[in-house]
Design a protein around this ligand. Structure first.
Ligand SMILES: Cc1cc2nc3c(=O)[nH]c(=O)nc-3n(C[C@H](O)[C@H](O)[C@H](O)COP(=O)(O)OP(=O)(O)OC[C@H]3O[C@@H](n4cnc5c(N)ncnc54)[C@H](O)[C@@H]3O)c2cc1C
Length: 381
């Protein structure tokens, strides 16, 4: 839906949630001259964006389940194409985000794993991400730490990774450099659409008013009074992760098999993920699950068996009922917008989602990807 506005329309904006889906459009809109305030329930960002591994992996993710990447995969590939420019921009502002455009190496250890590689190859071909099925010898030349018991390998040259915690810091700085503000410990409990604007009430009875509101509250986006449109549209999917100390940085690319992924930060740390536990919203790691992930990572790179665990955590992914993100106006007057439901791919899709959402808010052309992700798709349900 395109909402017509005068071209220089610069609304007052309130954003609910300081994860990537809140901060990214907040920073863009502040830069365009809007007065932006972000309201965050917690004392600091600790949501899914903080917990994420930071893989930018449209084909590897699509290949988990299908060989046609669909609208989600194409949107992810488009977003990946925006990432380098943003990483350079953050770096130019003094905020390196651990941008690592060193590709992904997927390996298989059984027949099921080989089928997954084939699906991923097809998805990566469809997305033009330069996949190459390679022999184990070639794979071990690229990544000598790869286990010799792997029976198949696929390299996707164009996938990448970032450190999402550094991205959150970079976005905060960008927002604040354009006079935007973040108010922590402000949990929004009510949204009320009035003729003079949108009114928000927080849990300590603070009141706020704006022309436009962005709902970017992660898996809890449906829990605020007054937005029935989101209730029952989002479900939590818990994910547990760990960090290993790897002083010799044994791998360069992101590596993954069917059960675990290994994301090197290049500074002596490696992130291992992740469980996928639908319906759970407690962000606590459990030692047995962490140990199982560690063991699985050591199957891919045996040297990791000796690596010590330096941290473990969990986050809750926001999954929509149809698996697609929900981006756009939530009601007919176009004052309340959603940027939510990005499930496993929110870091990847964050820049493209933010650009699309900001165009919709400012009444500009939202581009070719908007329709499948519009909240309007639920109107007939
Ligand atoms: C373990 C794990 C690994 C992942 N790995 C990857 C990856 O490698 N690549 C990738 O692309 N994606 C990954 N993801 C997915 C990605 O992290 C998410 O899709 C994305 O971060 C969602 O961002 P968000 O801003 O919607 O949610 P969040 O980051 O959860 O932010 C929502 C914020 O809203 C706040 N909030 C909630 N309710 C209210 C309220 N009422 N008032 C005010 N504030 C409120 C919360 O406190 C929170 O800070 C991973 C996720 C997890 C959990």
């Amino acid at each position: 839906m395109t909402i017509s506005q005068p071209s220089a329309f610069r609304p007052r904006i309130l954003v609910i949630g300081s994860g990537l889906m809140g901060l990214w459009p907040a920073a863009i809109l502040a830069q365009k001259g809007c007065a932006v305030t972000v309201l965050e329930a917690n004392p600091c960002a600790t949501g899914a964006s903080w917990a994420a591994a930071g893989m930018l992996a449209p084909a590897s993710e699509a290949g988990e389940t299908q060989d046609d990447p669909g609208s989600l995969g194409r949107f992810g590939a488009h977003s990946l194409s925006l990432w380098q420019g943003w990483a350079e921009r953050f770096a130019g502002g003094g905020h390196e985000v651990c941008w690592r455009p060193f590709g992904a190496l997927l390996s298989a250890f059984d027949e099921q794993g080989l089928q997954r590689l084939e699906r991923t190859h097809r998805a990566a071909m469809a997305l033009d991400l330069h996949p190459k099925t390679i022999s184990i010898e070639t794979a071990r030349q690229q990544e000598p730490a790869l286990s010799s018991s792997a029976i198949g390998a696929l390299c996707i040259a164009d996938e990448a990774s970032v450190d999402p915690r550094l991205v959150l810091q970079a976005l905060q700085a960008l927002l604040q450099s354009h006079q935007g503000q973040i108010l922590y410990d402000h949990r929004v409990v009510d949204i009320d659409l009035q003729t003079d604007g949108v009114h928000l009430r927080c849990d300590h009875d603070q009141h706020f008013e704006a022309d436009r509101v962005i709902l970017a509250a992660g898996f809890q986006a449906g829990e605020i009074n007054g937005i029935d449109a989101m209730t029952a549209r989002l479900h939590p999917v818990k994910g547990q992760m760990l960090e290993l100390s790897v002083p010799d940085n044994p791998i360069r690319a992101v590596m993954r098999d069917a059960h675990a992924y290994l994301v090197p930060r290049g500074d002596g740390r490696m992130i291992i993920g992740a469980t996928s536990e639908p319906g759970l919203e407690d962000a606590r790691p459990h030692e047995a699950d962490i140990a199982a992930l560690h063991a699985r990572a050591a199957k891919v790179v045996p040297a990791l068996e000796q690596a010590s665990i330096t941290d473990r955590w969990a986050g809750v992914r926001p999954q929509s009922v149809d698996g697609l993100p929900i981006i756009g106006p939530l009601e007919a007057t176009g004052r309340l917008f959603a940027n939510a439901g990005h499930h496993r791919n929110g870091v990847l899709q964050a820049p493209a989602s933010a650009h699309m959402l900001c165009s919709l808010i400012l009444g500009e052309d939202a581009g070719p990807f908007a329709a499948p992700f519009s909240p309007a798709r639920f109107a007939s349900c």
